[in-house]
Design a protein around this ligand. Structure first.
Ligand code: GLN
Length: 538
């Protein structure tokens, strides 16, 4: 059995538990341990697939096609490991499993209850996720005291019995608010949330304290006394200029040493954090800046394009430029002067999305980029709109009435696949998860990837319609990548253009701070070249 670090949150949500979990994972991995991270979401949705990006931010997709909470994206970026369906649990998943078993008669007539049936199911999933690892980090979503979180807290309390107290660490992430009027940091909310944990039998080993002001030693001692942890287990985390500095800060505060000590793991050799330091340095102090227009439809929600934003920054880190991302509401471009609205941009990114709203604005942005040789990267819906724009404005294809017509694009060049057609009433099924793709030699994509065989993650219903492939290609659009397994077009490019690449998949999901996704890397490089050209002309 693996050892466990359980992360709970107190006082308020949005304290950065996900970043804390990812950072702890990064630090333990740097110590040579085999680690992974499990996210528990106490909501009733079975997975995040049905969740609105306005409410919940991006849906992260794993190789095996699970639609998960965006924290899994943080985890993959921090620990540089590929996660799967078993790294994400929700109340919905647990209950539907237990109820299915009950209907099947698995409980042999017994009364099925939250304790032990739900809590056992939770524990089994935790143990399964930890199989073969040295340490599994488990983040419990929500805040201690939430009704929905209780079965999970009970389950992790029992885990100490099951795995042995010496194999389990409880880490509570909490807020130490600063009261302007009193000019003081306040510890009471933290005391109360720790009391809440103790009431259900969890004694936290360490407190990660989010604070806007420095905590002095007296404050740490006070928290330690009231919350029954040693003063060195009161870890201060101030707001950071970049999330990628969090592993460095937590290490400076001694968090990883403490965890290793509690878990009885060797901690002699210092972790080498030089690549994190380099990431932070290049993020903070680049000599130049590129401006990227993010022409999307969920731009008001800061997390709706989280992985896209991160992948753009990864490209910036690689090319030593600051990536200034300026959100442009796609809908606002409709019927407006697009060249005026986008003239600031050194590059344009059109991300994924669902539904009709905003697609005309995306098409207008793609046209502007194509005609003015501005770097353009299209992702999923973005790629589809590049194809529609090309079909309409270059091929002059105005096939308005086709049975294959996609209601979201009013054009049949992007259509539902045959096998999905009969599911149309249900909204079709999605192509989810990783698919192999073969690249065409001599294309920008092949050059960017440095290989001809790739695998990328998908989450969409519509596809490039092969019936139009010849017509589009004879007019100059280049198919640069194909999923040979299914004969599906995955990447389109425009030869001779500075960077006009659209991918049917979500490359951003596999980007890492030290290893940007090849298409984001190529895109930011093109945007940097474009920016320098523009400056020379000015
Ligand atoms: N709505 C489009 C489709 O279903 C694009 C999906 C996406 O961008 N993720 O194919």
């Amino acid at each position: 059995m693996s050892k466990y670090v359980f992360i709970t949150g107190g006082v308020v949500s949005s304290l950065g538990k996900g970043i804390t979990a990812g950072s702890i994972g990064a630090l333990l991995k740097k110590r040579g341990l085999k680690v992974s991270i499990l996210k528990i979401d106490p909501y009733l949705n079975v997975d995040a697939g049905t969740m609105n990006p306005f409410q919940h931010g991006e849906v992260f997709v794993t190789d095996d096609g699970a639609e998960t909470d965006l924290d899994l994206g943080h985890y993959e970026r921090f620990i540089d490991e590929t996660l799967s369906e078993k790294n994400s649990i929700t109340t919905g998943k647990i209950y539907s499993n237990v109820i299915r078993k009950e209907r099947r008669g698995d409980y042999l007539g017994g009364t099925v209850q939250v304790i032990p049936h739900i809590t056992n199911d939770i524990q089994e999933r935790i143990i399964r996720a930890g199989n073969g690892l040295d340490v599994l980090i488990v983040e419990i979503g929500g805040t201690v005291g939430d009704i929905e979180g209780q079965p999970f807290l009970e389950a992790i309390r029992q885990m100490a019995v099951r795995a042995g107290r010496e194999n389990v660490v409880y880490c509570h992430v909490t807020l130490i608010p600063y009261l302007e009027a009193a000019k003081e940091l306040k510890t009471k909310p933290t005391q109360h949330s720790v009391q809440e944990l103790r009431r259900i039998g969890i004694l936290p080993n360490m407190l990660v304290c989010r604070t806007s002001h420095p905590m002095d030693i007296g404050m740490k001692n006070k928290i330690a006394l009231f919350c029954d942890v040693p003063p060195e287990a009161v870890i201060e985390v101030r707001d950071e200029p970049t999330i990628y500095n969090v592993p460095i800060s937590l290490h400076r505060e001694g968090l990883d040493d403490l965890i290793l000590k509690y878990l009885g793991l060797p901690s002699e050799n210092e972790p080498d954090l030089s690549d994190w330091a380099r990431v932070v340095d290049r993020y903070m102090n680049p000599p130049e800046e590129v401006k990227i227009a993010l022409v999307g439809k969920y731009v008001q929600h800061k997390d709706a394009y989280l992985s896209v934003v991160e992948a753009l920054h990864h490209g910036g880190i690689a090319h030593n430029v600051r990536v200034n991302i300026i959100s442009v509401e796609a809908e606002d471009l409709e019927g407006s002067d697009v060249s005026e609205a986008l003239k600031f941009a050194d590059g344009i990114l059109i991300p994924g999305g669902f539904g009709e709203r905003g697609v005309e604005g995306m098409i207008a942005a793609a046209k502007y980029a194509r005609e003015n040789n501005v770097p353009l990267l299209g992702i999923c819906l973005g790629m589809q709109m590049m194809v529609v724009e090309f079909a309409r404005n270059v091929c002059k294809l105005h096939d308005a009435h086709s049975k294959e017509m996609n209601p979201a694009t009013l054009h049949p060049v992007i259509h539902l696949m045959e096998e999905q057609e009969n599911l149309r009433d249900l909204g079709g099924t999605m192509r989810l998860g990783a698919y192999p793709c073969d690249l065409v030699e001599g294309t920008k994509s092949a050059e960017a990837y440095g290989t001809l065989h790739i695998s990328e993650r998908h989450r969409h219903r519509y596809e490039f319609n092969n019936a139009y492939r010849e017509r589009l290609e004879s007019n100059g659009l280049k198919v640069a990548g194909v999923c040979t397994e299914r004969d599906l077009v995955e990447i389109v490019e425009l030869p001779g253009h500075i960077w006009y690449v659209g991918g049917q998949f979500h490359g951003e999901l596999k980007s890492r701070p030290v290893r940007p996704h090849p298409l984001f890397d190529g895109f930011i490089k093109a945007a940097s070249d474009y920016m320098r050209e523009k400056q020379k002309e000015a």
